[in-house]
Design a protein around this ligand. Structure first.
Ligand code: SF4
Length: 166
């Protein structure tokens, strides 16, 4: 990035980072898709009771090109894995991933030939949310943990956040 290379560590860069990171965490757009039973809890989290609008992310995006957050909700079958990876690659940088539930995190109860033993085998994961399934409150906790990570993102020291590849 031209700006980060030209400006040394300074109060200007620090302020720019803060504004950029604050804007990102307050306007995160999740990709709207679910893979299995965990998706029901994710959909519930987006209902009026849990009110995701509080976190600036009430609208799920139908296109990966408009999304910067992928919530992998459910087990990833080996047949679905290339599709998940393609969707991730179509999302613009910077982008983040939450593995929701034990199946997405490590295969869960499906330790067999048909299910990927964790989505982090094909794409980088930022936050793991445990549970089978995790309740909406747990997903929200994971999102808040992700926001803490986004807040600490440095434009200068973490260029991979801007253009990381799998
Ligand atoms: S973690 Fe449990 S609820 Fe979630 S996809 Fe796996 S089996 Fe279903």
């Amino acid at each position: 990035m031209g700006l980060e290379e030209k400006i040394p560590d300074s109060i200007i860069l620090t302020t720019l980072e803060k504004v950029a990171n604050w804007s990102r965490k307050r306007s995160m757009w999740p990709l709207g898709f679910g893979l299995a039973c965990c998706a029901i809890e994710m959909i519930s989290a987006y209902g009026p009771h849990f009110d995701m609008a509080r976190f600036g992310m009430e609208v799920m995006r139908p296109s990966p090109r408009q999304a910067d957050l992928m919530i992998v909700a459910g087990r990833v079958s080996l047949k679905m894995a290339p599709v998940v990876k393609t969707l991730y690659e179509q999302m613009p940088n910077p982008k983040w991933v939450i593995a929701m539930g034990s199946c997405a995190s490590c295969g869960g109860v499906f330790n067999n030939y048909a299910v990927l033993q964790g989505v982090d085998r094909i794409i980088p994961v930022d936050v793991y949310v445990p549970g089978c399934p995790p309740r909406p409150e747990q997903l929200i906790d994971g999102i808040l943990k992700l926001y803490e990570k986004v807040e600490k993102t440095s434009l200068k020291n973490h260029p991979e956040e801007w253009g990381r590849r799998v």
